[in-house]
Structures are given as structure tokens and as C-alpha cells.
Design a protein around this ligand. Structure first.
Ligand SMILES: [Zn+2]
Length: 135
């Protein structure tokens, strides 16, 4: 719409919007738990309850990963379905901020949240997610 496309055309033709980032996976051969202060976890986007229970992992580096601590990549995704409520907002010319807020209310997982889930699952590091996504 910033490029001059009519809102009704966007509202009727767009079904889904997807953003993605590639992040590095922790090397399976040298992954190990690391202690991260609860406050840091909260600052990165975890809830206080989550921050108390998750265990962060990191690759310490080995021959398999060339001492980088990473081996392979995986994707982070943010998928916004243009449902009736989002479509209404598009039609009235809502801002990107308003659209994002509504989408999150409607269950959208942001890129950052997608990353935090993968960090909590030991797939990647907090550093990778902090570098590739915004708060
Ligand atoms: Zn390794």
C-alpha cells in the first residue's frame, strides 16, 4: 500500500504473509548447557516464568564444527494469515504496527518468538536469535 496499491486490492488478493530468517544450528557433537542470567533472558523476550525454567545451550567447538560451535542451519518463520479481522484493518488503512499488534493477538508467532522457542529447545543460541531478529 506504501507503493500506491489500493487497500481493497491488497485485502482481497493477499492470503498470507511470511517472513523468514536463516540461523545457525548448534553443533550436536559439542553442545553443552550454559548459564545465562534470568534477567538477560527476560530482556531477550522470555516471560519471567519461562526464564526461570529454560536451559540455554551452546556449542563449545570441536573438530566436527571447525571450532565454531555451529553446524547446519534452520529457519525462523513469522506467518501472518490475512483473516477477516486483519482484512478489515487493511481496508481502513491501518498502520503496519496496528496490523502486527492484531496479528499477535490472533496467534501469530513473531520471528523473535520463533527464535526463542528454538533456543529453549536447544537448537540454536540466544546470540543467533538476537542478531537475526528484532524485539
Ligand atoms: Zn562441534
Amino acid at each position: 500500500m506504501n507503493m500506491g496499491i489500493e487497500p481493497f486490492l491488497v485485502a482481497t488478493s493477499v492470503h498470507l504473509i511470511c517472513a523468514q530468517r536463516l540461523i545457525r544450528r548448534i553443533c550436536k557433537e559439542c553442545t553443552e548447557p550454559v548459564d545465562v542470567p534470568v534477567q538477560t533472558l527476560i530482556e531477550e523476550g522470555y516471560s519471567p516464568e519461562e526464564a526461570k525454567t529454560i536451559q540455554i545451550q551452546k556449542g563449545k567447538g570441536c573438530g566436527v564444527c571447525n571450532n565454531t560451535g555451529y553446524k547446519g542451519r534452520c529457519g525462523l518463520y513469522e506467518v501472518m494469515e490475512v483473516d477477516d479481522e486483519i482484512r478489515e484493518l487493511v481496508l481502513v488503512g491501518a498502520s503496519a504496527v496496528e496490523l502486527k499488534k492484531k496479528a499477535i493477538e490472533r496467534g501469530m508467532i513473531t520471528l523473535r518468538r520463533s527464535g526463542l522457542i528454538k533456543v529453549a529447545a536447544g537448537i540454536t543460541t540466544l546470540e543467533e536469535v538476537a542478531r537475526e531478529t528484532i524485539h
